[in-house]
Design a protein around this ligand. Sequence first.
Ligand SMILES: [Zn+2]
Length: 479
Amino acid sequence: MRASFSHQFRLAILALSVSALPCNFTYAQSQVANLTQNASASVSENLHAEIVKNNQLMLNLEEMCDGIGPRLTGSSQLRQAQQWAMEKLKAYGAVNVHEESYELGKAWTRGATKVRLLNANGMVLDVQQQAWSESSPRKMSAEVVVMNAKTLDEFKQIAPRLQGKIVLALSTPKATAAQEKNLKQYSDELNQVIQAANFAAILFVSGREGNLQDMHGSPTARYKKNAAIITKEHANLLQRLIARGITPKLEFEFGGHLSKESVKAYNVVADFPGTELADEIVVLGAHQDSWDLGTGATDNGVGTVVTMEVLRAMHALQLKPKRTLRVVLFSGEEQGLLGSKAYLKAHAADQAKIQAMLTQDAGGGRITGFLDMKVDEWFTALNDAKEQAQELSNLDIVYAAGGGSDHQAFFEQGIPAFAPIQDPLDYRSHTWHSQVDTVDHVNKDNLIQNAQVMAVMTWAMLNGKKLPHQAPQAAQVVR
Ligand SMILES: [Zn+2]
Protein backbone atom coordinates (compact mmCIF):
# COMPACT_ATOMS: atom_id res chain seq x y z
CA MET A 1 0.00 0.00 0.00
CA ARG A 2 1.38 3.38 -0.96
CA ALA A 3 1.40 6.02 1.70
CA SER A 4 -0.31 9.30 0.93
CA PHE A 5 0.79 12.52 2.55
CA SER A 6 -2.06 12.53 5.04
CA HIS A 7 -1.36 8.91 5.85
CA GLN A 8 2.28 9.69 6.66
CA PHE A 9 1.25 12.74 8.64
CA ARG A 10 -1.14 10.67 10.72
CA LEU A 11 1.57 8.10 11.40
CA ALA A 12 3.93 10.80 12.60
CA ILE A 13 1.33 12.08 15.04
CA LEU A 14 0.54 8.58 16.24
CA ALA A 15 4.15 7.80 16.95
CA LEU A 16 4.31 10.79 19.21
CA SER A 17 1.05 10.59 21.06
CA VAL A 18 -0.82 7.33 20.95
CA SER A 19 -1.81 7.44 24.59
CA ALA A 20 -3.09 10.99 24.24
CA LEU A 21 -5.48 10.31 21.37
CA PRO A 22 -8.90 11.74 22.20
CA CYS A 23 -10.52 8.69 20.65
CA ASN A 24 -13.62 8.55 22.87
CA PHE A 25 -14.83 12.04 22.18
CA THR A 26 -14.13 12.23 18.45
CA TYR A 27 -15.34 8.71 17.82
CA ALA A 28 -18.64 9.12 19.69
CA GLN A 29 -19.35 12.39 17.88
CA SER A 30 -18.68 11.01 14.43
CA GLN A 31 -20.97 8.05 15.02
CA VAL A 32 -24.06 10.14 15.62
CA ALA A 33 -23.73 11.61 12.15
CA ASN A 34 -22.74 8.40 10.44
CA LEU A 35 -25.37 5.77 11.18
CA THR A 36 -25.60 3.44 8.21
CA GLN A 37 -28.68 1.53 9.32
CA ASN A 38 -31.28 0.88 6.65
CA ALA A 39 -34.62 -0.32 8.01
CA SER A 40 -35.49 -2.35 4.93
CA ALA A 41 -32.12 -4.13 4.75
CA SER A 42 -31.15 -7.31 6.62
CA VAL A 43 -28.86 -7.14 9.64
CA SER A 44 -26.03 -8.65 7.62
CA GLU A 45 -26.46 -6.06 4.85
CA ASN A 46 -26.42 -3.31 7.45
CA LEU A 47 -23.29 -4.76 9.06
CA HIS A 48 -21.60 -4.91 5.67
CA ALA A 49 -22.45 -1.30 4.89
CA GLU A 50 -21.53 0.00 8.34
CA ILE A 51 -18.12 -1.69 8.19
CA VAL A 52 -17.41 -0.35 4.69
CA LYS A 53 -18.46 3.16 5.59
CA ASN A 54 -17.24 3.73 9.13
CA ASN A 55 -14.67 1.06 9.93
CA GLN A 56 -11.69 1.91 12.10
CA LEU A 57 -9.65 -1.09 10.95
CA MET A 58 -6.52 0.40 9.38
CA LEU A 59 -6.49 3.32 11.79
CA ASN A 60 -6.55 0.93 14.74
CA LEU A 61 -3.93 -1.35 13.20
CA GLU A 62 -1.61 1.59 12.62
CA GLU A 63 -2.20 3.04 16.08
CA MET A 64 -1.47 -0.29 17.72
CA CYS A 65 1.41 -1.54 15.52
CA ASP A 66 3.12 1.66 14.32
CA GLY A 67 2.29 3.72 17.40
CA ILE A 68 2.68 1.24 20.26
CA GLY A 69 4.65 -1.53 18.53
CA PRO A 70 5.36 -5.19 19.21
CA ARG A 71 3.49 -6.76 22.12
CA LEU A 72 5.45 -9.53 23.75
CA THR A 73 3.49 -11.11 26.61
CA GLY A 74 4.65 -9.59 29.88
CA SER A 75 6.04 -6.45 28.20
CA SER A 76 5.13 -2.86 28.95
CA GLN A 77 4.17 -2.41 25.28
CA LEU A 78 1.49 -5.08 25.56
CA ARG A 79 0.21 -3.38 28.71
CA GLN A 80 0.05 -0.10 26.79
CA ALA A 81 -1.79 -1.79 23.91
CA GLN A 82 -4.27 -3.31 26.38
CA GLN A 83 -5.02 0.12 27.89
CA TRP A 84 -5.44 1.49 24.38
CA ALA A 85 -7.84 -1.33 23.43
CA MET A 86 -9.93 -0.85 26.58
CA GLU A 87 -10.35 2.86 25.86
CA LYS A 88 -11.36 2.09 22.28
CA LEU A 89 -13.81 -0.63 23.29
CA LYS A 90 -15.46 1.70 25.82
CA ALA A 91 -15.75 4.34 23.10
CA TYR A 92 -17.37 1.73 20.86
CA GLY A 93 -20.09 1.15 23.45
CA ALA A 94 -18.76 -1.95 25.21
CA VAL A 95 -19.68 -2.47 28.86
CA ASN A 96 -17.96 -4.47 31.61
CA VAL A 97 -14.61 -3.55 30.06
CA HIS A 98 -11.88 -4.93 32.30
CA GLU A 99 -8.70 -6.99 32.50
CA GLU A 100 -8.30 -10.44 33.99
CA SER A 101 -4.87 -11.50 35.25
CA TYR A 102 -3.02 -14.78 35.40
CA GLU A 103 0.49 -15.81 36.47
CA LEU A 104 2.94 -15.66 33.57
CA GLY A 105 6.26 -16.48 35.25
CA LYS A 106 9.18 -14.19 34.49
CA ALA A 107 8.91 -11.52 31.83
CA TRP A 108 11.63 -11.26 29.18
CA THR A 109 13.08 -8.18 27.50
CA ARG A 110 15.13 -8.25 24.30
CA GLY A 111 18.56 -6.63 24.31
CA ALA A 112 21.27 -6.23 21.70
CA THR A 113 22.53 -9.47 20.20
CA LYS A 114 25.81 -9.71 18.32
CA VAL A 115 27.22 -12.85 16.75
CA ARG A 116 30.18 -12.88 14.38
CA LEU A 117 32.48 -15.36 12.74
CA LEU A 118 36.02 -15.20 14.07
CA ASN A 119 37.41 -17.16 11.11
CA ALA A 120 36.51 -17.70 7.43
CA ASN A 121 34.82 -14.55 6.06
CA GLY A 122 34.39 -12.91 9.48
CA MET A 123 30.78 -11.90 8.87
CA VAL A 124 28.34 -10.64 11.46
CA LEU A 125 25.65 -13.34 11.42
CA ASP A 126 21.89 -12.85 11.36
CA VAL A 127 21.05 -14.31 14.75
CA GLN A 128 18.34 -13.27 17.20
CA GLN A 129 18.13 -14.45 20.76
CA GLN A 130 15.20 -16.76 21.44
CA ALA A 131 12.65 -15.10 23.69
CA TRP A 132 12.88 -16.16 27.37
CA SER A 133 16.40 -17.48 26.87
CA GLU A 134 18.86 -16.59 29.60
CA SER A 135 22.05 -14.80 28.56
CA SER A 136 25.61 -15.28 29.68
CA PRO A 137 26.68 -12.06 31.35
CA ARG A 138 29.63 -11.48 29.03
CA LYS A 139 30.96 -11.89 25.52
CA MET A 140 31.94 -15.49 24.75
CA SER A 141 33.49 -17.40 21.90
CA ALA A 142 33.33 -21.08 20.98
CA GLU A 143 33.44 -23.50 18.07
CA VAL A 144 30.34 -24.60 16.17
CA VAL A 145 29.24 -28.25 16.03
CA VAL A 146 26.23 -29.56 14.15
CA MET A 147 23.58 -31.54 16.02
CA ASN A 148 21.17 -33.64 14.03
CA ALA A 149 19.79 -35.85 16.80
CA LYS A 150 16.20 -36.94 16.23
CA THR A 151 15.79 -39.15 19.30
CA LEU A 152 16.89 -39.08 22.92
CA ASP A 153 19.25 -42.02 22.28
CA GLU A 154 20.95 -40.23 19.39
CA PHE A 155 21.22 -37.12 21.56
CA LYS A 156 22.82 -39.08 24.41
CA GLN A 157 25.45 -40.39 22.01
CA ILE A 158 26.39 -36.99 20.64
CA ALA A 159 26.04 -35.04 23.93
CA PRO A 160 29.65 -35.46 25.17
CA ARG A 161 30.89 -33.76 21.98
CA LEU A 162 28.65 -30.73 22.58
CA GLN A 163 30.22 -29.58 25.82
CA GLY A 164 31.37 -25.96 25.62
CA LYS A 165 30.39 -25.70 21.94
CA ILE A 166 27.91 -23.63 19.98
CA VAL A 167 25.39 -26.21 18.83
CA LEU A 168 23.87 -25.66 15.40
CA ALA A 169 20.66 -27.63 15.87
CA LEU A 170 19.39 -29.00 12.56
CA SER A 171 16.97 -31.10 14.58
CA THR A 172 16.31 -31.73 18.25
CA PRO A 173 15.19 -34.97 19.92
CA LYS A 174 11.49 -35.85 19.75
CA ALA A 175 9.67 -38.46 21.82
CA THR A 176 9.03 -41.79 20.14
CA ALA A 177 5.54 -43.32 20.32
CA ALA A 178 6.66 -45.44 23.29
CA GLN A 179 8.15 -42.40 25.08
CA GLU A 180 4.96 -40.40 24.47
CA LYS A 181 3.22 -42.79 26.85
CA ASN A 182 5.42 -41.57 29.70
CA LEU A 183 6.17 -38.03 28.67
CA LYS A 184 7.19 -36.87 32.13
CA GLN A 185 9.96 -39.45 32.38
CA TYR A 186 11.11 -38.70 28.83
CA SER A 187 11.11 -34.98 29.51
CA ASP A 188 13.05 -35.29 32.77
CA GLU A 189 15.67 -37.51 31.13
CA LEU A 190 16.08 -35.17 28.16
CA ASN A 191 16.45 -32.17 30.46
CA GLN A 192 19.18 -34.01 32.39
CA VAL A 193 21.13 -34.70 29.21
CA ILE A 194 20.79 -31.06 28.11
CA GLN A 195 22.01 -29.92 31.53
CA ALA A 196 24.99 -32.29 31.49
CA ALA A 197 25.93 -31.40 27.89
CA ASN A 198 26.46 -27.81 29.06
CA PHE A 199 26.89 -26.31 25.61
CA ALA A 200 27.94 -22.66 25.25
CA ALA A 201 24.95 -21.76 23.08
CA ILE A 202 22.37 -23.36 20.82
CA LEU A 203 21.32 -21.99 17.44
CA PHE A 204 17.99 -23.11 15.96
CA VAL A 205 17.59 -22.68 12.23
CA SER A 206 14.83 -20.29 11.09
CA GLY A 207 11.94 -21.87 9.23
CA ARG A 208 11.79 -18.94 6.76
CA GLU A 209 13.78 -18.21 3.61
CA GLY A 210 15.21 -14.87 2.56
CA ASN A 211 17.13 -14.01 5.73
CA LEU A 212 13.89 -13.95 7.69
CA GLN A 213 13.71 -14.86 11.34
CA ASP A 214 11.21 -17.19 12.98
CA MET A 215 10.89 -16.17 16.64
CA HIS A 216 9.65 -18.48 19.36
CA GLY A 217 10.20 -19.18 23.07
CA SER A 218 8.30 -19.27 26.34
CA PRO A 219 8.85 -19.26 30.09
CA THR A 220 8.75 -23.07 29.96
CA ALA A 221 11.08 -23.57 26.97
CA ARG A 222 13.40 -26.55 27.27
CA TYR A 223 16.63 -24.95 26.01
CA LYS A 224 17.04 -22.11 28.48
CA LYS A 225 20.56 -20.72 28.13
CA ASN A 226 22.00 -18.75 25.19
CA ALA A 227 19.36 -20.10 22.83
CA ALA A 228 18.98 -18.22 19.56
CA ILE A 229 17.66 -18.45 16.02
CA ILE A 230 19.92 -18.17 12.98
CA THR A 231 18.67 -17.46 9.48
CA LYS A 232 18.66 -20.35 7.03
CA GLU A 233 21.23 -18.63 4.83
CA HIS A 234 23.73 -18.16 7.66
CA ALA A 235 23.14 -21.68 8.97
CA ASN A 236 23.98 -22.86 5.46
CA LEU A 237 27.18 -20.82 5.50
CA LEU A 238 28.29 -22.53 8.72
CA GLN A 239 27.49 -25.95 7.28
CA ARG A 240 29.39 -25.28 4.05
CA LEU A 241 32.46 -24.32 6.08
CA ILE A 242 32.21 -27.52 8.13
CA ALA A 243 31.82 -29.58 4.94
CA ARG A 244 35.12 -28.10 3.71
CA GLY A 245 36.84 -29.05 6.95
CA ILE A 246 36.78 -25.58 8.52
CA THR A 247 35.38 -25.41 12.07
CA PRO A 248 33.57 -22.09 12.43
CA LYS A 249 34.40 -20.15 15.55
CA LEU A 250 31.89 -17.56 16.72
CA GLU A 251 31.98 -14.71 19.15
CA PHE A 252 28.59 -14.00 20.66
CA GLU A 253 26.90 -11.67 23.08
CA PHE A 254 23.22 -11.93 23.98
CA GLY A 255 21.55 -8.98 25.69
CA GLY A 256 18.07 -10.33 26.52
CA HIS A 257 17.14 -10.62 30.16
CA LEU A 258 14.49 -12.09 32.44
CA SER A 259 12.70 -10.06 35.10
CA LYS A 260 13.81 -10.65 38.69
CA GLU A 261 10.33 -11.58 39.85
CA SER A 262 7.44 -13.44 38.27
CA VAL A 263 4.82 -11.18 36.73
CA LYS A 264 1.14 -11.35 35.88
CA ALA A 265 -0.19 -11.25 32.34
CA TYR A 266 -3.66 -10.02 31.38
CA ASN A 267 -6.58 -10.63 29.03
CA VAL A 268 -8.87 -7.77 28.05
CA VAL A 269 -12.60 -8.52 28.32
CA ALA A 270 -15.44 -6.35 26.96
CA ASP A 271 -19.15 -7.09 26.55
CA PHE A 272 -21.89 -6.00 24.17
CA PRO A 273 -24.91 -7.14 26.16
CA GLY A 274 -27.58 -9.47 24.91
CA THR A 275 -31.31 -9.31 25.58
CA GLU A 276 -33.52 -12.38 26.24
CA LEU A 277 -30.54 -14.79 26.52
CA ALA A 278 -28.08 -12.27 27.98
CA ASP A 279 -26.40 -14.82 30.28
CA GLU A 280 -25.32 -16.91 27.28
CA ILE A 281 -22.26 -15.60 25.51
CA VAL A 282 -20.47 -15.75 22.20
CA VAL A 283 -16.76 -15.20 22.72
CA LEU A 284 -15.15 -13.33 19.86
CA GLY A 285 -11.50 -13.58 20.71
CA ALA A 286 -8.13 -12.72 19.25
CA HIS A 287 -4.68 -12.72 20.74
CA GLN A 288 -3.28 -9.24 21.09
CA ASP A 289 0.20 -10.39 22.06
CA SER A 290 2.82 -10.76 19.34
CA TRP A 291 6.45 -11.59 18.76
CA ASP A 292 8.79 -8.68 19.02
CA LEU A 293 10.92 -8.54 15.85
CA GLY A 294 8.17 -6.97 13.72
CA THR A 295 5.08 -5.22 15.05
CA GLY A 296 2.67 -8.16 15.04
CA ALA A 297 0.49 -6.69 12.28
CA THR A 298 -0.58 -9.99 10.70
CA ASP A 299 -0.08 -12.04 13.87
CA ASN A 300 -2.33 -10.97 15.30
CA GLY A 301 -2.97 -7.27 14.92
CA VAL A 302 -5.52 -8.04 12.23
CA GLY A 303 -7.49 -10.41 14.46
CA THR A 304 -7.42 -7.84 17.25
CA VAL A 305 -8.75 -4.94 15.18
CA VAL A 306 -11.32 -7.13 13.40
CA THR A 307 -12.66 -8.28 16.76
CA MET A 308 -12.91 -4.69 17.99
CA GLU A 309 -14.55 -3.64 14.72
CA VAL A 310 -17.30 -6.25 15.03
CA LEU A 311 -18.33 -4.85 18.40
CA ARG A 312 -18.07 -1.29 17.10
CA ALA A 313 -20.30 -2.00 14.10
CA MET A 314 -22.96 -3.84 16.13
CA HIS A 315 -23.16 -1.01 18.63
CA ALA A 316 -23.15 1.67 15.94
CA LEU A 317 -26.18 -0.04 14.33
CA GLN A 318 -27.84 -0.26 17.75
CA LEU A 319 -28.38 -3.99 17.26
CA LYS A 320 -30.01 -6.02 20.01
CA PRO A 321 -28.58 -9.55 19.98
CA LYS A 322 -30.28 -12.30 21.98
CA ARG A 323 -27.00 -13.45 23.53
CA THR A 324 -24.13 -11.34 24.86
CA LEU A 325 -21.14 -10.71 22.62
CA ARG A 326 -17.94 -10.96 24.65
CA VAL A 327 -14.77 -9.66 23.06
CA VAL A 328 -11.67 -11.16 24.66
CA LEU A 329 -8.21 -9.96 23.65
CA PHE A 330 -5.99 -12.76 24.85
CA SER A 331 -2.30 -12.60 25.75
CA GLY A 332 0.22 -15.42 25.98
CA GLU A 333 -1.10 -17.15 22.87
CA GLU A 334 2.39 -17.30 21.43
CA GLN A 335 3.73 -18.95 24.58
CA GLY A 336 1.21 -21.79 24.43
CA LEU A 337 -2.38 -20.45 24.56
CA LEU A 338 -1.70 -19.21 28.10
CA GLY A 339 -4.34 -16.46 28.05
CA SER A 340 -7.18 -18.55 26.66
CA LYS A 341 -6.40 -21.40 29.06
CA ALA A 342 -6.36 -18.92 31.97
CA TYR A 343 -9.69 -17.45 30.81
CA LEU A 344 -11.29 -20.91 30.67
CA LYS A 345 -9.95 -21.78 34.11
CA ALA A 346 -11.22 -18.53 35.64
CA HIS A 347 -14.64 -19.03 34.00
CA ALA A 348 -14.87 -22.80 34.48
CA ALA A 349 -18.29 -22.52 36.12
CA ASP A 350 -19.71 -20.60 33.15
CA GLN A 351 -18.39 -22.71 30.31
CA ALA A 352 -21.80 -24.27 29.65
CA LYS A 353 -23.08 -20.75 28.92
CA ILE A 354 -20.68 -20.24 26.03
CA GLN A 355 -22.64 -20.63 22.82
CA ALA A 356 -19.54 -20.49 20.64
CA MET A 357 -16.04 -19.07 20.37
CA LEU A 358 -14.65 -17.53 17.19
CA THR A 359 -11.12 -16.35 16.54
CA GLN A 360 -9.29 -15.06 13.51
CA ASP A 361 -5.56 -15.79 13.54
CA ALA A 362 -4.20 -16.73 10.12
CA GLY A 363 -2.99 -13.40 8.79
CA GLY A 364 -4.74 -10.72 6.78
CA GLY A 365 -5.89 -12.72 3.73
CA ARG A 366 -9.54 -12.92 2.71
CA ILE A 367 -11.66 -15.39 4.64
CA THR A 368 -12.60 -18.29 2.37
CA GLY A 369 -14.35 -20.59 4.82
CA PHE A 370 -14.51 -22.16 8.28
CA LEU A 371 -13.57 -25.54 9.75
CA ASP A 372 -16.52 -27.27 11.41
CA MET A 373 -14.20 -29.20 13.79
CA LYS A 374 -15.85 -32.42 12.58
CA VAL A 375 -19.08 -31.97 14.53
CA ASP A 376 -22.22 -32.44 12.44
CA GLU A 377 -24.43 -29.98 14.35
CA TRP A 378 -21.72 -27.34 14.12
CA PHE A 379 -21.39 -27.93 10.38
CA THR A 380 -25.12 -27.30 10.01
CA ALA A 381 -25.02 -24.15 12.15
CA LEU A 382 -22.11 -22.68 10.17
CA ASN A 383 -23.87 -23.44 6.89
CA ASP A 384 -27.11 -21.86 8.15
CA ALA A 385 -25.17 -18.79 9.27
CA LYS A 386 -23.54 -18.23 5.90
CA GLU A 387 -26.76 -18.92 3.98
CA GLN A 388 -28.53 -16.16 5.92
CA ALA A 389 -26.00 -13.75 4.51
CA GLN A 390 -26.27 -13.82 0.75
CA GLU A 391 -22.89 -12.15 0.39
CA LEU A 392 -21.16 -14.96 2.32
CA SER A 393 -22.72 -17.98 0.67
CA ASN A 394 -19.55 -18.72 -1.25
CA LEU A 395 -17.69 -19.55 1.97
CA ASP A 396 -16.62 -23.20 2.32
CA ILE A 397 -17.63 -24.97 5.50
CA VAL A 398 -15.04 -27.71 5.66
CA TYR A 399 -15.42 -30.99 7.55
CA ALA A 400 -12.08 -30.83 9.37
CA ALA A 401 -10.59 -29.94 12.74
CA GLY A 402 -7.68 -27.57 13.23
CA GLY A 403 -5.98 -25.95 16.20
CA GLY A 404 -2.98 -23.75 16.76
CA SER A 405 -4.74 -20.70 18.15
CA ASP A 406 -6.94 -19.80 21.11
CA HIS A 407 -9.98 -21.65 19.74
CA GLN A 408 -8.07 -24.89 20.40
CA ALA A 409 -8.24 -24.28 24.17
CA PHE A 410 -12.02 -23.81 23.94
CA PHE A 411 -12.47 -26.78 21.62
CA GLU A 412 -10.59 -29.03 24.03
CA GLN A 413 -13.23 -28.13 26.63
CA GLY A 414 -15.96 -29.24 24.20
CA ILE A 415 -17.07 -25.70 23.37
CA PRO A 416 -18.06 -24.94 19.74
CA ALA A 417 -14.95 -23.09 18.58
CA PHE A 418 -14.27 -21.84 15.09
CA ALA A 419 -11.43 -20.20 13.21
CA PRO A 420 -11.74 -19.06 9.61
CA ILE A 421 -9.69 -20.41 6.74
CA GLN A 422 -7.92 -17.52 5.04
CA ASP A 423 -6.08 -16.85 1.83
CA PRO A 424 -2.48 -17.41 2.99
CA LEU A 425 -0.89 -14.57 0.96
CA ASP A 426 2.65 -14.18 2.35
CA TYR A 427 1.70 -15.08 5.93
CA ARG A 428 3.35 -18.48 6.44
CA SER A 429 6.21 -17.80 4.05
CA HIS A 430 7.16 -14.32 5.22
CA THR A 431 5.38 -12.37 7.93
CA TRP A 432 4.52 -15.02 10.50
CA HIS A 433 6.79 -14.52 13.57
CA SER A 434 9.38 -12.70 11.45
CA GLN A 435 10.81 -9.20 11.40
CA VAL A 436 8.58 -8.24 8.45
CA ASP A 437 5.30 -8.77 10.30
CA THR A 438 4.41 -5.14 9.66
CA VAL A 439 1.42 -3.04 8.60
CA ASP A 440 2.54 -2.77 4.98
CA HIS A 441 1.73 -6.49 4.59
CA VAL A 442 -1.94 -5.86 5.43
CA ASN A 443 -4.46 -4.95 2.75
CA LYS A 444 -7.35 -2.68 3.73
CA ASP A 445 -9.96 -4.35 1.51
CA ASN A 446 -9.10 -7.79 2.87
CA LEU A 447 -9.42 -6.45 6.39
CA ILE A 448 -12.89 -5.07 5.62
CA GLN A 449 -13.94 -8.46 4.21
CA ASN A 450 -12.55 -10.16 7.34
CA ALA A 451 -14.59 -7.90 9.62
CA GLN A 452 -17.75 -8.33 7.52
CA VAL A 453 -17.52 -12.13 7.60
CA MET A 454 -16.69 -12.29 11.30
CA ALA A 455 -19.51 -9.84 12.12
CA VAL A 456 -22.14 -11.79 10.21
CA MET A 457 -21.04 -15.20 11.50
CA THR A 458 -20.91 -13.82 15.06
CA TRP A 459 -24.38 -12.30 14.64
CA ALA A 460 -25.72 -15.70 13.60
CA MET A 461 -24.19 -17.35 16.68
CA LEU A 462 -25.61 -14.61 18.91
CA ASN A 463 -29.14 -15.26 17.69
CA GLY A 464 -29.23 -18.82 16.34
CA LYS A 465 -30.16 -22.17 17.86
CA LYS A 466 -28.23 -23.26 20.93
CA LEU A 467 -25.19 -25.22 19.80
CA PRO A 468 -24.45 -28.52 21.56
CA HIS A 469 -21.16 -28.91 23.45
CA GLN A 470 -18.92 -31.95 23.11
CA ALA A 471 -17.37 -33.93 25.94
CA PRO A 472 -14.13 -32.19 26.98
CA GLN A 473 -11.17 -33.56 25.10
CA ALA A 474 -8.41 -32.05 27.14
CA ALA A 475 -5.94 -34.79 26.29
CA GLN A 476 -6.38 -34.46 22.56
CA VAL A 477 -3.99 -32.23 20.70
CA VAL A 478 -5.71 -30.92 17.60
CA ARG A 479 -3.60 -30.65 14.47
ZN1 LIG B 1 -1.23 -15.81 16.04
